[in-house]
Structure formats: C-alpha cells, structure tokens
Design a protein around this ligand. Structure first.
Ligand code: GLP
Length: 242
C-alpha cells in the first residue's frame, strides 16, 4: 500500500490527480473507474487544471462510474452523471462514447448490472479505480455487510448514507434509497486503486479501514488485500494512520 499524506487540500488533490495522470501517461487508452462525491470533486478540479496545462491527456481514455442513484434522471443535478459532467467531462476531451455509467434509470436494473459488468470486461477491465469512502466505510454503494465477492448490483443505501447525502438532495426524504454500484469483487479486480479521503470526519474510518480487521462490516478494509493501492489523504483524514 502506498500512503501519501499532504497537508494542504490543494497538494492533496494534486497528488491524487498525479496518480491518474501518470496512469494515462503510461497507458493513454486506460480504463478509469471514477467516483462521485465531495471528496473526488477536488480531484476532478485538479485534473481539469492539469489538462488545461497539457499535463494529462484524456483523449484515448474510457471511464466507468463506480455507482449511480437508481431512478434518478441523468439531468437531475444530484445524479452522479450530472455532477461528473459539471466537474470533469465538460472540461476534458474524453470521448462521450467512452464514458460509462450504470443504466440506473432502466426498469430492469439487474439486467443493467449484468450489462455493465460485461462492458467492463469488453474494455479489458479497469486499470485504475478511484474511490472515496463513506463515514461507515462504504465504497461505491457497497454498504457494511456487503459480501466481498459481490459483483455489480442494486444496493440499498444505508440510512447513515442517506443522511450524509441530505444536503445534496435538499433533504433526507429526497435521497434515493437504492443505487447501482460496482460490487466489491468487481472493484478488487481493478489493476490499481486510489482511495481518497480528506477532513477530520474521515480520520477514524480511515484508521479502521486501513489498520483495523478486514471485515465486510468495514467494506473499505478489503483494500488491505489489494496488491496495488494508493491511499491519498490530507493531514486531517490521515491523522490517526501510523
Ligand atoms: C457516496 C458514493 C461514494 C462516495 C462516498 C463518499 O455515497 N456512493 O462513491 O465515494 O459516498 O462521498 P463524499 O466524498 O461526498 O464524502
């Protein structure tokens, strides 16, 4: 596990962006797994800055989003799609046909999950998966208790996560109760993973995820078993890490 701790928010986001940029330098046609959230919004800003300076090239890359809320139209500003579009896709030369999201608006969600898995395989698998972490240790929408071998699936969003996302949707009542997420098994097949966290509210869960027992009760703890993980934290989120 490679641990990067940066004291300022700017240096932290830049460090994570460098991991993505290096991946694209090594393999311009990389398949990136991306994640939406307040955390990764900083990464996306940093990537846009690097792209504007010619320090990263997305023109041959493909992306798969780790999750999406079920039943939410893409146009809804709270959807993962709309947020990613606003933060990253509009600003870098990623080809639209290579941007992939779970088809979470479909009636037949389980068929959509299977198609998503198959499409990832067609692209040769994910080279680099970016992840944020929930306060309860979730990755994607894999909430505590999700089996480590899970594949892309429809997941119930835990009450804890519903409350954490209330601001985004105006109130907890408006937060969708279901999402489609890459499974933990799918995430673990990525060739490399970047786990990002910032702020003191994430310090304790980062300690549990990285230095506690590996258990489905803390989904991110599974990353201890992955051979190629970058953990990029700011000073506050990293303050309990040894
Ligand atoms: C959400 C998403 C995750 C994200 C996490 C952290 O529920 N499903 O993909 O990484 O929560 O979000 P934030 O960065 O806003 O704290």
């Amino acid at each position: 596990m490679n641990l990067i701790i940066e004291q300022t928010l700017e240096a932290w986001a830049e460090a994570a962006a460098r991991v993505v940029a290096d991946q694209l330098k090594r393999k311009p046609e990389s398949v990136l797994g991306l994640a939406t959230g307040d955390t990764t919004a900083h990464l996306h800003d940093a990537l846009v800055r690097l792209a504007q300076n010619g320090d990263v090239d997305f023109s041959q890359a493909a992306t798969f989003q780790v999750d999406e809320y079920a039943g939410l139209a893409r146009e809804n500003p709270a959807s993962c799609y709309a947020r990613m579009d606003e933060q990253l896709f509009k600003h870098v030369p990623l080809r639209r046909e290579h941007i992939h999201f779970p088809e979470a608006q479909w009636d037949s969600l389980s068929a959509a999950c299977d198609r998503y898995e198959a499409l990832i395989q067609q692209y040769g698998g994910i080279d680099l998966q970016v992840l944020g972490i929930g306060h309860n240790g979730h990755i994607g929408f894999n909430e505590p208790g999700t089996p480590f071998e899970s594949r892309t699936h429809v997941a119930a969003i835990a009450p804890h996560t519903v409350n954490a996302k209330a601001g985004l949707f105006g109130s907890a009542n408006n937060v969708p109760r279901w999402g489609i997420t890459l499974g933990i098994g799918t995430i673990m097949e990525a060739r490399a993973i970047v786990l990002m966290a910032n702020g003191s509210a994430k310090a304790e869960i980062m300690r549990r995820a990285l230095q506690g027992p590996v258990t489905p009760e803390v989904p991110a703890s599974v990353l201890q078993r992955h051979p190629n993980v970058w953990v990029v934290v700011d000073g506050e989120a990293g303050r309990l890490l040894k």
